[in-house]
Design a protein. Structure first.
Length: 139
């Protein structure tokens, strides 16, 4: 029995499928992804086919140079530049500096997404500042 390698959803993770189930499994994976994209498009959750600006990496690097630590805990490792209003909902704000905040990996999930990757926090800057003050002034 031969095995085929299949790249699932943008090549993020590799799948190994048996030859008999290869076509069916492949169709199910890509069909589910297509269906999710269509539903998101209908609900207005993602701009169909919108790609990141070629200037994004440059803006991200400059922002990290200007804001080189997490806005909450001030660590300088494993940093993310977070879009306060997410790119997939507000593509026009992708390169707007006032829509960005630097957060470490843990605080990105907590303050940026309120513990759900499907959510976002419009008050991320205020919340990060308030918690940073609490951390810095704790007894």
């Amino acid at each position: 029995m031969r095995r085929h390698a299949l790249r699932c959803y943008g090549g993020v993770r590799g799948c190994v499928l048996e030859e008999n189930n290869y076509l069916l499994e492949c169709q199910m994976v890509w069909g589910a992804i297509l269906l999710m994209n269509i539903i998101d498009h209908i609900l207005g959750k993602s701009p169909w086919g919108v790609k990141r600006s070629p200037k994004w990496e440059e803006v991200r690097k400059i922002f990290l140079c200007d804001h080189p630590e997490c806005a909450v805990c001030h660590v300088r490792k494993k940093l993310n530049v977070h879009h306060i209003k997410p790119f997939h909902l507000f593509p026009a704000l992708e390169l707007v500096v006032t829509n960005l905040i630097t957060l470490c990996r843990d605080h990105h999930f907590l303050f940026g997404h309120l513990l759900s990757w499907k959510s976002y926090n419009e008050d991320a800057v205020t919340d990060a500042h308030d918690w940073s003050d609490k951390i810095n002034t704790r007894p």
